[in-house]
Structure formats: structure tokens, C-alpha cells
Design a protein around this ligand. Sequence first.
Ligand SMILES: [Zn+2]
Ligand SMILES: [Zn+2]
Length: 358
Amino acid sequence: MKRKIGFILATLALAAGLFLLFGRNWIAQRAFDRAIDHTVGVDQSAALADGLHAYVCGSGSPMPDAQRAGPCIAVLAGKQAFVFDAGSGSIRKLGRMGFPMDRLQAAFLTHLHSDHIDGLGELLLQAWIGGSRSTPLPVYGPDGTDRVIAAEAQLYAIDEGFRVTHHGPKVARPSGFGGEARIVTLPDNAGSRVVYDVDGVKVTAIRVNHAPVSPAFGYRIDYKGRAIAISGDTIYAPGFVAAAKGADLVFHDALNKRMVAALQAKLAERGRGDAAQIMHDIQGYHASPEDAARAAREAGAGALVLYHLVPAPPAKLIEPLFLGDAPKEFPGTLKLAQDGMIVSLPAGGKAIQFRSAW
Ligand SMILES: [Zn+2]
Ligand SMILES: [Zn+2]
């Protein structure tokens, strides 16, 4: 009996020793294999219902933020994918969200402020290599978009050479490098115009008011009876309300003037005059949360998501302070955008579903 117990104990000790030596690596390897089996090369959008799906790739503003990339909303409409603005860091978030870059049809720029285009180089690169493109990515935007696209091509010309040489022209197709600018113009008497209409997906450019930046656009995406409107940067704009009429979901920029004024006062008090001046100036060309709520209510939207948050509340506790009276102004679902948020509008109904990619 004693010998038997001794044998069992020795076996257990040997097993524990072997586990300590090799077990952790075995478990780590299994976990790694499982993770790549579930994610790598898998089209994570394949299981989504037919309809519109909005991916919040960037909910932030030019203010530095550990959680929020610069402004970016991507939309999947049936089998077609689109990106609206590409703020700093947003395209990596988009990749992390499982967005199908190989279905990207076009990008749309609301205006040419740096915070809306400082991730554009990354978008063009990901569309080219990640999306296996053989033609440049169409990029719709205001006058000047052609200069930006030409500058991006120059900026990445050396990288293009490296990649074509390294991977070969069958993988890194030189013909798919970069973007192709498509300048959006609206006649003086028009507040909006359809700029993309392919296989049941319509994108409408909308004139908004971000003076002195002009022109600045919002966009509306329609597909199978569902619609999303994106304001870009604007104050309350009646033209945006008109063009967003009946949209299921509105994304609107929001700046809390009381909070920005407090930042301005503190900067002035500490002798940071230039920064205080900037805090003063930006209050005049963004909507307040209440303005955005009013616009969404008048448009009859089902849900309003505030993005381009200035300043972005650093904690849940501060969100009510940021929102102010916006919840009273808008009767529908009202949320602050978070990076990773996915909003689904399945075709053939009125459902609006929110979830997080992480
Ligand atoms: Zn702007
Ligand atoms: Zn902006």
C-alpha cells in the first residue's frame, strides 16, 4: 500500500514538474492557435444581416485621447464598404474591428481639416495592400482633395517602391496604389446632391456650416430603406436637417461650449495665450450637444450618436455634464460614440442595434 501511494505521489510530482517545464508553453500555444483560427483571414462581417452597418473607427477630435482616434465613420451597405473621414489612428481601429477592407468602394472627406485626413495615408495603404486593389481608391471631397491625394502619393512613393519590390507586382499591384480624387461641388442653390449611386447604395453630399472652412460637407447613405446621416464638422445647419430627414441614425459632431470656455479660462490664467485663443475660436464652428439633439429631432431620426466630442468626457461620471440638456431635446436613443461601436440597421425593419467590437 505504502509503495502504491509513493508511486502515485512520484507520478504526480513528475507530472507537475513536466507541466511547469512544458505545460505553460503548451497552453500558450493552444491559446494562440485558437485565436488565429477564429480571426485570421475570417470575414467577420459575413455573419451580419443585409442592411446598413456603421463602424465608429474614430470618435475623437484633435485633442489627444488615449481611447479615441480622430474622426472616422465607416459604413457597410450590403456588400459595399465606405469610409467617411480618416482621423489619426482610426484606420488601425477599423482593422481591429474586422471591417472588410477588400469591399471598400470609396472614401468620402467632409472637409480638409487635418484631424479628418491625418489617417488618410494609412487608409490608402490599407486599401491598396489589405484590400488587394488594382485601381486607386476613389476619394470624394471638397476642392483641394486632388492636392491632398497627390501629396499622399508623393509621401508614400518610396514605401510603394519597397513593397512592390518585396512582395512582387502580383501582390502589391502598382496600378492600385494611392487614391483618385473626385471633387464634390454643389451648385449655389442646392443644399445637397447625390454623388454616388451604385447597385442600390446612394451617397448624398450635404452642405454644412463650418465657416470659415468652406465648403464642408456632411453625407447621407441610403440602402434598402435604411439611412445614416453624418454631419462632419458643423454648427446647427438647417440644410443638414433637411437632407437628413427620416434618417434612422444621425452621427453629429458635438462641442460643449461651457467646458471649452473653462479650458480657455484656465489656459489664459496660466499664461498660455495662444492655446486660449484657439479654445475661444473653436467654439464658433461646432454644434453643441443641444444643437445636435435639435437637428436630429427635427430630422425625425431614430437614434443620435454624438461624435467628434470636444472635449471628450474622460469618465462616465462626466458624460451628463457634457450632454447638458441634449437628452431633453432629443426623444430617441442618444449615445456618445466610442471607438469600436458598431450600429446595425438591418434591412426591412426599423431596428437599431448597438454593440462593441471589443
Ligand atoms: Zn473641422
Ligand atoms: Zn474636426
